[in-house]
Design a protein around this ligand. Structure first.
Ligand code: GLA
Length: 382
């Protein structure tokens, strides 16, 4: 059985275990994402180099027999008479149903279960992944097909307008458009994207959870986004791509944020060039610089993340390391020679709150590939 087949079975079984036997469920699996370089710039139209990874969440959905909405996962089991937000596991799942209903026939009341190995609140886009997996499963249940851009739009509506999280669009686009063995270069201003092959067979990315949980809906993320938007507004530029050196003109309270978004979008471009040139040392340096900017100018790192990053960098064969995702906890990603993976894992784990903190990941397929029965667009196209 394939991994996805196995996960579908596990999700359907979880549904039966939580709520008793019922109708045959529709299932869908969505991967997590890792940002290589380009953090905290998507919401101000920056450039991002990112990928989907082979850690994933699988959702099973089926109509409920009595009109109640139910959800199970992460050790929680909840139910309510309507798909409203209540601060629990049901929120993102029911938000997906509301957003699906906003662009077509409304799904009936549903029972939903989530399983998988993509950790929650770890900076790896589990929130976008669970919404996208639920959305695709609901579309499958209804026999509907959507274009890739519409799927991204539904997931963004669910997250921003229904769940109320002020995120950018990087996670959703990575999870939908990614391809195996390729890095996705996103322009978050105009929506353009291109792909760059992963050039090093013996170099991988190691993800290490700090054990400090982060919440993208939290106040810090919102503040970060507001500061970045204020910096662009103060300079009269539509996106961070037009700032260049002009961050130095900003008033002291906005200057550091302005410098982060101006330099991070340029670093994402440089990361793409490093991938194209096969220059692993350059990519590692850019990841290091990205972390430094996120720590000093964006102020989204923590002492634990800094310690993990420093420990990884000391390992011979580790080319660079940085926090990944929104920050305020979450995970670190390190660019590492496979032969150094064990040493790197030990160094990272020594500073994590967790005993089993690390995982080696590779660029994986997004939903355009894995859910081609539901998601339109040309396979192999841009
Ligand atoms: C979270 C958000 C994204 C992006 C990153 C930081 O993952 O969902 O939109 O802002 O943080 O790069």
């Amino acid at each position: 059985m394939t991994r996805t087949g196995g996960a579908s079975h596990t999700a359907s079984r979880a549904l039966d275990q939580a709520f008793g036997a019922g109708a045959v469920a529709a299932t869908a699996t969505a991967p997590g994402r890792v940002t290589l370089v380009g953090e905290h710039v998507d919401y101000v139209g920056g450039h991002v180099a990112c990928m989907a990874v082979d850690l994933a969440l699988t959702v099973a959905v089926r109509p409920s027999r009595d009109g109640w909405w139910r959800a199970a996962g992460l050790g929680q089991r909840v139910q309510r008479p309507a798909p409203v937000m209540a601060g629990d596991i049901g929120d993102r799942l029911f938000a997906a149903a509301v957003a699906v209903g906003g662009r077509g026939p409304a799904p009936p009341p549903l029972e939903i279960a989530v399983v998988g190995d993509l950790p929650a609140s770890a900076g790896l886009a589990s929130s976008a992944a669970v919404i996208l997996a639920a959305t695709v499963a609901m579309l499958r249940l209804a026999g509907r097909r959507v274009e890739a851009e519409e799927l991204v739009a539904i997931a963004l509506t669910a997250e921003r307008d229904v769940a109320g999280v002020p995120c950018g669009d990087l996670d959703q686009r990575a999870i939908v458009h990614a391809r195996p063995a390729e890095v996705l270069a996103l322009d978050c201003a105009g929506g353009a994207r291109r792909r760059v092959p992963w050039p090093w067979p013996a170099v991988a990315l190691m993800v290490a959870a700090s054990g400090e949980s982060h919440d993208v809906g939290g106040r810090e993320y919102r503040r970060c986004r507001q500061a970045a938007e204020s910096a662009c507004a103060a300079l009269g530029v539509p996106t961070c791509q037009e700032i260049g050196e002009r961050w130095s003109e900003l008033e002291p309270g906005l200057r550091a944020r302005g410098r982060h978004i101006a330099t991070e979008t340029l670093r994402a471009d440089a990361a793409v060039r490093a991938l194209e040139a096969g220059d692993v040392a350059a990519l590692g340096r850019l990841m290091d610089e990205s972390h430094e900017s996120l720590r000093r100018d964006c102020e989204v790192s923590t002492a634990r993340l800094d310690a993990m990053v420093a420990a990884a960098r000391r390992v011979p064969g580790c080319h660079g390391a940085r926090l990944v995702g929104a920050g305020f906890g979450g995970s670190v990603v390190a660019l590492v020679e496979e032969r150094a993976a064990e040493a790197c894992a030990a160094a990272l784990t020594a500073h994590s709150e967790l005993d089993r903190a690390t995982c080696l990941v590779r660029p994986a397929a997004g939903l355009e590939v894995t859910a081609a029965d539901v998601v339109g667009g040309q396979l192999g196209g841009s």
